[in-house]
Design a protein around this ligand. Structure first.
Ligand code: ADP
Ligand code: MG
Length: 255
């Protein structure tokens, strides 16, 4: 694979929490233009990997490259400037905000929960964010959630919140979008809409790295699929290869 075809390269990444090794010599690439799946049993280290790659955790060792640039140790907003945006498994608290305001809390800044709670005062949408207003409206329309724009962000369903998360991430115009269990808690109708949006955005040029628990959802959308087990990459392959692999079956059955 040539350098230009690789949007994310993870090399020998390492992370421990005390005695627990959450990421263990993780090495893989995400090819430009793909929807790459990332699966693995609970506690395999999927979310930790997202936190490392997006700059929310500092790795103990190893290297992360986005578009050929080493971003290891950079702050989340710097990594976002290189085109990598991520969503969170648990949508962040958006108390006191409407959906429209939530859309405008600087997506490029990738505020974490603490950041949002500390610094965001409801109703105070900054000037540069106002420039994004039109774009936010357009994306809400595309996602068919524009009717929710004036709703309090805490009053919408978990599934709708997941769509808002994806819409917010899209506002940052990412080259690579990392989605952490986007379909979790989403009802089948919205789930189909979510899959449709991911597919459409992918066709328009966004590369995806997708963590998903729902095998049906991920196997329909993603190719290739990377399997993580105990912090390491167990295998990578097409959905069919992954689903029929003995090692994968063993990992999921706790063997
Ligand atoms: P997954 O997303 O695959 O379910 P995680 O990456 O959330 O797994 O967790 C991997 C392991 O790392 C788990 O054992 C989890 O308890 C641990 N872990 C994750 N984040 C932290 C943290 N901030 N502090 C301590 N342990 C953590
Ligand atoms: Mg997780």
């Amino acid at each position: 694979r040539s350098k230009d075809d690789v949007v994310l390269r993870v090399e020998d990444l390492q992370k421990s929490f005390g005695a627990l090794t959450a990421t263990d010599h993780a090495t893989f690439e995400v090819a430009r233009g793909t929807i790459t799946g990332l699966i693995g049993p609970n506690g395999a280290g999927k979310s930790t990997l997202f936190n490392l790659v997006s700059g929310f955790y500092e790795p103990d060792g190893g290297r992360v490259e986005v578009n050929g640039t080493a971003v290891t140790g950079m702050e989340p907003y710097e990594i976002a400037d290189h085109g990598l945006i991520r969503t969170f498994q648990t949508p962040r608290k958006l108390e006191g905000m409407t959906v429209r305001e939530a859309m405008l809390v600087g997506p490029r800044k990738q505020p974490g929960e603490s950041f949002l709670n500390l610094f965001f005062k409801p109703g105070e949408v900054g000037e540069h964010e106002a420039a994004n207003l039109e774009e936010a409206e357009r994306i809400l329309e595309e996602f068919e959630i524009d009717h929710l724009a004036t709703q309090p962000a805490t009053k919408i369903s978990g599934g709708q919140m997941k769509l808002v998360e994806l819409a917010r991430a899209m506002l940052a115009d990412p080259e690579l979008l990392l989605l952490d269990e986007p379909a979790a808690g989403v009802n089948p109708t919205l789930r189909n809409k979510l899959a449709e949006q991911i597919r459409r955005l992918n066709e328009q040029g966004t590369t995806f790295l997708l963590i998903e628990h729902d095998m049906d959802f991920v196997m329909k959308l993603a190719d290739p699929v990377i399997v993580l087990d105990q912090g390491s990459v167990l295998m990578e392959g097409s959905p069919r290869e992954v689903q029929t692999d003995e090692r994968v079956i063993d990992a999921y059955l706790g063997g």
